[in-house]
Ligand binder design. Structure first.
Ligand SMILES: Nc1ncnc2c1ncn2[C@@H]1O[C@H](COP(=O)(O)OP(=O)(O)OP(=O)(O)O)[C@@H](O)[C@H]1O
Ligand SMILES: [Mg+2]
Length: 231
């Protein structure tokens, strides 16, 4: 089964949508649209009546509501429904998951609590923003991420994991472990900043790996020129 990304123009690049119940990494430089892409994915799930878990290590619920509230895809409204559970590392619920700031974290506990929550609530879509901050918070060597990813891969949810690349030339273990990798680019050209999106891999699916133009519009990210898209 394939599920829609919620990003107009994207599903066609991956043969109709993300193969369900798998783990995908969304990577890219600062400001390239990772959080926006994943919020569209979360909002799309909520709109379809699916249960969504959104974990943010960076932002509070109010921060995301404010940032995504100017778009029309409705993640701000979805956040107020029972369909979406928002977990951040600042709230009391979040602290129960991730521990108190400054404390030494128990990384296998974090993994177990997360996967336990996903399985017991029968969550359909998960967004995790992001591995960089999780690595920093857990401060626990390389096995942490491998353990978390392996557990997430076994869950029956479809997961988007945001992974900043701290070294743009070096892939991390999550890029290899994930079923698919989506890259967001922003690069300078003679006439200014250009944005792009690229599917680097998608196991089991014929994909278009070319860099496609991507734009921010009132409806969020659009792959291709927004003017020529039908939706
Ligand atoms: N309506 C809009 N039109 C054009 N660009 C926009 C619009 N709204 C936001 N942006 C741009 O989108 C970028 C933020 O996107 P987003 O938060 O999804 O990126 P990100 O990859 O998650 O960034 P970070 O790595 O900092 O978390 C900002 O740089 C902002 O300039
Ligand atoms: Mg972000």
């Amino acid at each position: 089964m394939q599920i829609s990304s919620g990003v107009p123009g994207f599903d066609g690049l991956v043969d109709g949508g993300f193969p369900a119940e798998r783990l995908y990494v969304v990577s890219g430089p600062p400001g390239s649209g990772k959080t926006t892409f994943c919020s569209q994915f979360a909002a799309n799930g909520a709109k379809n009546g699916e249960d969504v878990l959104y974990v943010s290590m960076h932002e509070t619920k109010e921060g995301i509501r404010e940032d995504m509230g100017s778009y029309e895809f409705g993640f701000d409204r979805a956040l107020d429904t029972d369909r979406v559970t928002f977990l951040d590392s600042f709230s009391s619920d979040g602290r129960r998951f991730f521990g108190l700031p400054g404390e030494r974290r128990d990384s296998s506990g974090v993994t177990n609590r997360l996967t336990g929550f996903i399985n017991s609530r029968d969550i359909d879509r998960v967004v995790f923003d992001s591995t960089m901050l999780l690595r920093f918070l857990l401060d626990d060597g390389e096995d942490t991420m491998i353990q978390l990813l392996s557990s997430l891969k076994r869950c029956s949810a479809t997961t988007l994991l945001i992974s900043e690349m701290t070294d743009p030339s070096a892939y991390s273990e999550e890029h290899y472990l994930a079923h698919g990798v989506v890259f967001l680019h922003n690069y300078l050209e003679d006439d200014g900043m250009r944005r792009g999106i690229q599917v680097l891999k998608m196991r089991g699916t014929g994909i278009d790996t070319d860099i496609q133009d991507v734009e921010f519009t009132d409806e969020g990210l659009h792959v291709g020129s927004a003017a020529t898209l039908t939706h």
